[in-house]
Design a protein around this ligand. Structure first.
Ligand SMILES: Nc1ncnc2c1ncn2[C@@H]1O[C@H](COP(=O)(O)OP(=O)(O)OP(=O)(O)O)[C@@H](O)[C@H]1O
Ligand SMILES: Cc1ncsc1CCO
Length: 268
């Protein structure tokens, strides 16, 4: 059975620690593909909640003191239990606080998937980056021309940290340092709606409960990209796109994804 069907059958419990800007969209994305979301972030209850979870997503967007503390407790619990753990490194390219926190989180808790846009992942890898706030700078985008070089640089970091890197943008790159996948699905509308990167993290974290990290990461971005393409058809504007994105997500199957996925520049 494919990972998408396994999630629909098992309804895994996904603990998704994210922020107000994207909380509702992330919970609905998880529900749309068959997962069961919890979103709690109180430091005094998060350990108990992660104890019961099948997968943890930690998103560094819009942080505050309470979330920093709760995400630390949750990350340690997930590591101790050995459950799937995804770190979404939102904002590490524009905030030293988040960068240092992410580096320590990765060191201590060994997330199996580390996600970010191209500027965020370049920053984590110690490469020059041109972030525009929490968005990626155009100069940092993965393209057909720089794909092989980016695959090498990101692959080295992935091997060193025993993690899959999930890098989003017009072309997405997923690598564990051995296998690198390029995924070209999507629409520019996804870049104009806030929180779509966070939805990719929530989705990858959901499939992470029922499948290997590389496949879960690739599915996360491929599925949002394909859903975006469906939602963009004859779309009058961003508001309708937002609603149709959820419609498309809830209707996608593994077969449809296999038919629609656009792989580019795969390096194995
Ligand atoms: N110009 C584009 N063309 C096609 N797909 C895109 C484009 N821009 C973004 N996407 C898709 O949108 C999704 C989110 O990627 P993006 O890099 O914009 O994340 P992000 O900057 O972290 O987003 P956010 O800050 O809104 O959460 C990915 O699945 C990506 O493939
Ligand atoms: C965290 C954050 N800050 C501004 S927009 C946004 C959501 C996407 O990253």
């Amino acid at each position: 059975m494919d990972i998408m069907s396994r999630v629909r059958e098992n309804e895994p419990l996904i603990h998704c620690m994210t922020h107000a800007i994207t909380m509702n969209d992330s919970a609905n994305a998880i529900l749309a593909v068959g997962g069961s979301p919890t979103m709690a972030s109180h430091p005094q209850e998060v350990e108990e909640i992660v104890e019961a979870a099948d997968s943890l997503v930690v998103n560094l967007g819009n942080i505050n003191e309470e979330r920093l503390e709760a995400m630390k407790i949750a990350g340690e619990k997930a590591h101790e239990r050995g459950i799937p753990l995804l770190l979404d490194a939102v904002g590490v390219a524009c905030s030293t606080l988040r960068l240092v926190y992410a580096q320590q989180f990765i060191e201590h808790n060994r997330p199996q998937i580390i996600k970010g846009n191209s500027s965020e992942i370049r920053t984590l890898c110690g490469l020059t980056a041109h972030a525009h706030g929490v968005d990626a700078g155009a100069e940092d985008a993965v393209t057909a021309e720089n794909f092989a070089g980016d695959a090498r640089a990101f692959g080295q970091y992935a091997r060193q940290h025993g993690a899959v890197l999930l890098v989003t943008g017009p072309v997405d790159l997923v690598t564990d340092g051995e296998t690198t996948l390029g995924i070209a699905n999507g629409t520019p509308l996804l870049g104009r709606l806030t929180g779509t990167g966070c939805m990719v993290g929530a989705l990858a974290g959901t499939w992470h409960a029922c499948g290997p990290s590389l496949a879960a990461a690739a599915l996360g971005t491929a599925v949002l990209g394909i859903a975006g393409e469906e939602a963009a058809k004859d779309c009058p504007g961003l508001g309708t796109f937002h609603i149709r994105l959820l419609d498309a997500l809830s209707n996608l199957t593994g077969e449809k994804v296999a038919e629609k996925v656009k792989m580019v520049g795969a390096v194995a």
